[in-house]
Design a protein around this ligand. Structure first.
Ligand code: NAG
Ligand code: NAG
Ligand code: NAG
Ligand code: NAG
Ligand code: NAG
Ligand code: NAG
Ligand code: NAG
Ligand code: NAG
Ligand code: NAG
Ligand code: NAG
Length: 591
């Protein structure tokens, strides 16, 4: 009872603070996430990984459309931490985005509480630590926004919900990988692919050493499961497939797709998908679940393959024999583009609201600004190996950019990011894009790098209207999908190719644009888009600075020292309990 009343009191305080920035009536949910190092051996070699509440990968955060979410992040690592929530729109509040450049880091031994509303969103996303290559050591978990019961799903209610985090993996720590990059090296081939933090099933004794723990997915025959797959890796595109089972694609990063069966799908770094999978096989044995590298030489990368096991409750034996084949498209470069463009939205399905997803006719809105963002292989600037967009390798200002606006910190950043590649030597700079509030922009991503890249934009979803090889020209606009292009937050840009996206700039703040390939990002291939409403004098289109904001850089004298609280270990059951108690308490307050 003491615990309960303490939690209630905590929630009442939180709720009162939070009230000023949120819509009353929506539920409050609260999570505690503690970041620590633990030792694991996912590939048979003991190594330090980043756990969340003692778990690797971190817990699933499962919230409902319009929930007010509070996440208290405790940093028990030995370096700065920020947690980011790609795809969550953080409506009007880049204060909560959790990336360097807009948020001061949570210092070692400190904690900080994110407060945001998942307004008008549904779907599958994941969170991860955004600083210092930490994602390469873990710290990630699935972030799910369940639809409100009043909005129907465009498919039958699934019999179960399965989360799979797939990603390439190094036995070196993120610190060692960072050092390699700082010394001008490439990261090289990863040591393996993990599925839910575990190494491959021993499908071949010469390729997979003994003693590695693999993931097993337990299912019932005849049932249909919602399988959410996230590529949380460093830089490798993975082909995902389940032996003998169709993957009915249903949703990606918050948009319901036009449902289609795939035998396998390429999932690029940072992307999330939902598949509906029906257990319609005879269970003569278990089945392989495979995540294998794509767009690389597969015979060289053979050992770098993630394999889990799909186990029917009536299974008659272990999975054996060769893995199901990946697509054989070496001589058909168009295969990957056709697959990407086949992913379209279901315009008649309801998303987070009852009106159809396709009711915003993006295809007939006039474009106000055009940006071409070109990436090339890493270059040398000031004797350092750096990665660029349009010849600029981004350097973080000392002070978060929106804070320096409000506190008039001079010279913190520049608004001179070129809107197309410039014919001049590459440089390091604090250059931002200045976006027009309520503008509708076209961004052409031109990838002259030798590897496929993922492009991500915080604070927004965008329409992926076109993709192709070679140099983009205005003539390519004729091929754009202006009717049912997918709306998402992370898209691939193939090596030697381009991807065109359309974005409606309705979210005020300073938002990160970056490659999700962790090595290129670390080397500076990113910038920010600053979108300000010049007419707003009363904080209507942007939330005010949160009460608990952290100060650093030129404003560090405003930051109070934090008392370092003692460690709290939360198991997942504690997490659920406190979440339930808090939401019960919130309902109690609100009615
Ligand atoms: C740190 O956590 C405590 C609860 O343990 C909370 O009261 C406090 O507000 C948190 N600090 C910040 C800055 O979020
Ligand atoms: C699109 O959504 C509608 C409405 O929920 C649903 O009935 C239909 O099956 C979906 N179509 C496809 C192709 O996914
Ligand atoms: C998320 O919550 C919804 C609704 O409570 C539930 O149906 C679903 O199974 C949950 N998913 C996961 C992965 O926990
Ligand atoms: C295991 O993999 C090796 C290397 O690809 C291959 O030569 C061998 O035939 C495989 N063994 C089995 C039993 O499939
Ligand atoms: C997808 O495949 C399943 C069999 O696995 C089949 O029952 C279903 O009709 C297919 N759906 C579509 C939209 O093709
Ligand atoms: C089960 O399915 C597999 C693959 O489709 C087939 O080869 C096998 O003969 C089937 N076994 C039985 C007992 O039906
Ligand atoms: C893949 O690598 C192997 C071994 O280095 C080489 O023999 C082969 O030609 C390569 N394949 C392709 C398609 O480049
Ligand atoms: C778009 O621009 C065209 C030509 O400038 C103009 O005729 C049209 O009305 C505009 N459409 C919208 C929706 O503003
Ligand atoms: C990069 O650009 C150069 C010059 O336009 C071109 O020759 C080359 O093929 C391009 N490479 C890739 C991978 O796009
Ligand atoms: C708007 O927010 C700023 C801080 O972000 C605050 O200083 C100002 O007083 C607020 N204005 C109004 C009208 O609430």
């Amino acid at each position: 009872m003491a615990l309960l009343s303490a939690l209630r009191r905590a929630c009442i305080c939180n709720a009162l603070i939070f009230f000023t920035v949120c819509f009353a009536g929506d539920r409050f949910v609260s999570f505690e996430l503690e970041y620590t190092y633990v030792t694991k051996s996912p590939l048979g070699v003991p190594q330090q990984v980043i756990a969340v509440n003692g778990q690797f990968p971190g817990p699933v955060l499962n919230v409902t459309t319009n929930d007010n979410v509070m996440v208290n992040v405790r940093n028990r690592l030995d370096e700065d931490l920020l947690v980011t929530w790609p795809g969550i729109h953080m409506w009007r509040s880049s204060w909560q985005d959790g990336v360097h450049g807009t948020n001061c880091p949570i210092q070692a031994k400190w904690n900080w509480t994110y407060q945001f509303q998942v307004k008008d969103q549904i779907g599958s996303f994941f969170y991860f630590p955004s600083l210092l290559m930490q994602r390469a050591s873990g710290g990630f978990g699935s972030f799910i926004i369940t639809n409100r019961p009043v909005i129907s799903l465009p498919f039958g209610f699934p019999d179960g919900d399965i989360v799979m985090l797939i990603g390439d993996w190094y036995t070196k720590s993120h610190k060692a990988l960072r050092e390699d990059l700082d010394n001008g090296k490439e990261l090289g081939m990863p040591d393996g692919v993990l599925i839910n933090g575990k190494g491959p099933y021993r499908y071949n004794s010469s390729l997979v050493p003994d003693g590695i723990d693999h993931e097993t997915i337990n299912v019932e025959p005849g049932k249909t499961y919602r399988v959410r797959v996230h590529n949380v890796g460093v830089s490798t595109c993975l082909n995902f497939r389940i032996q003998n089972h169709n993957l009915l694609l249903a949703e990606t990063e918050g948009t319901y797709t036009s449902q289609q069966n795939y035998t396998s799908l390429d999932i690029h770094v940072g992307q999330s998908y939902t598949f509906l999978v029906t257990m319609d096989q005879n269970a003569s044995s278990d089945y392989y679940v495979v995540a294998s590298p794509r767009l690389v030489n597969q015979s060289v990368w053979e050992k770098v393959t993630g394999v889990a096991v799909l186990h029917y409750s009536n299974s008659k034996g272990k999975a054996s024999g060769p893995l199901p084949d990946p697509p054989n498209d070496f001589y058909d470069k168009s295969y990957v583009i056709n697959q990407a463009l086949s992913i379209r939205q279901n315009v008649s399905a309801s998303g987070a609201r009852p009106n159809p997803q396709g009711s915003f006719h993006y295809g007939s809105v006039n474009v106000t600004d055009i940006y071409i963002l070109k990436s090339v292989p890493p270059v040398t600037i000031d004797r350092k190996r750096r990665a660029t967009y349009n010849g600029i390798s981004f350097v973080y200002p000392d002070t978060p950019m929106r804070l320096s606006d409000i506190y008039h910190v001079p010279g913190d950043y520049k608004l001179d990011f070129p809107n197309k590649p410039m014919n001049r030597p590459p440089k390091m700079d604090k250059s931002l894009i200045s976006g027009t509030y309520k503008g509708f922009i076209e961004i052409v991503l031109q990838n002259n790098d030798t590897v496929v890249q993922s492009f991500h934009m915080d604070g927004y979803s965008f329409f992926v209207v076109g993709m192709g090889y070679g140099e983009w020209t205005e003539n390519n606009r004729g091929s754009y999908n202006r009717w049912d292009a997918i709306s998402r937050c992370t898209t691939q840009v193939f090596a030697g190719g381009w991807t065109a996206i359309l974005v409606s700039l309705d979210n005020v703040g300073v938002w990160n644009l970056r490659t999700e390939n962790l090595d290129r990002w670390y080397l500076g291939q990113e910038t920010f888009m600053r979108i300000i409403n010049p007419e707003d004098t009363s904080n209507k289109t942007e939330n005010p600075v949160p009460d608990n904001v952290l100060y650093c850089g030129a404003l560090s004298s405003m930051q109070k020292q934090q008392k370092t609280s003692s460690a709290v270990v939360h198991g997942s059951s504690d997490l659920m309990l406190s979440m339930m108690l808090l939401s019960a308490a919130s309902i109690y307050i609100l009615h």
